[in-house]
Design a protein around this ligand. Structure first.
Ligand SMILES: [Fe+2]
Length: 188
């Protein structure tokens, strides 16, 4: 889900001037990113990468970007996404780290990397709609294990893990597709 600024504002008198200031209240907390199960395909120890779309990786390129935020809406510099995704044959790489990697957000809490558009699979791992697994973490915040899905896929309607807050809206991009997704973590 792409978090849009919705903070309400009120007009107050400051000396002779009337200014607009944000209303700060508990209602301004952003919802923490919904968790899902980890599933059977996680493999610890993935290296930090700038890009999961490495030479030889098949599939339609997908540019993913967004923000890592606290529930107060503050950016989380250096936050980490530990990502794992099935290859186009429906299988995960258990011998190496193809389509597995850790991507770190910058000082502004923004992340950006390329991977491939996921595909549904039916195999020993399950019968699943297209998804990308992620563990999102940041210092001082609770880790969230979740997965992202592609909005509009018919397979989503019969998949146990799909929920609206975890759907990516894909758009055309010069090299394939692109999407934006913000992760929200609560203070630990
Ligand atoms: Fe999976």
């Amino acid at each position: 889900m792409l978090i849009r600024p919705t903070r309400r504002r009120m007009m107050v008198t400051l000396g002779a001037a009337i200014v607009s200031v944000p209303i700060l209240s508990a209602f301004d907390e952003l919802p923490e990113t919904d968790p899902t199960g980890e599933g059977p395909a996680y493999k610890a120890g993935a290296p930090e990468k700038d890009d999961l779309l490495e030479p030889g990786v098949a599939g339609t390129p997908l540019l993913m970007s967004g923000r890592m935020l606290s529930t107060k809406g503050e950016p989380l510099p250096g936050a980490l996404l530990d990502i794992w995704e099935a290859q186009m044959d429906g299988h995960y790489d258990f011998t190496g780290y193809t389509l597995r990697g850790k991507v770190r957000a910058g000082k502004d809490g923004r992340y950006r990397f390329r991977t491939v558009v996921p595909k549904p699979y039916n195999n020993e791992m399950g019968n699943r709609t297209a998804h990308i697994h992620v563990k999102a973490s940041a210092a001082g915040h609770a880790q969230v294990t979740t997965e992202l899905h592609i909005k509009g896929l018919a397979r989503n309607y019969t998949d146990f893990a799909v929920r609206p807050s975890l759907e990516m809206v894909l758009r055309d991009h010069k090299d394939g597709k692109a999407t934006e997704f913000d992760f929200v973590l609560r203070h630990a």
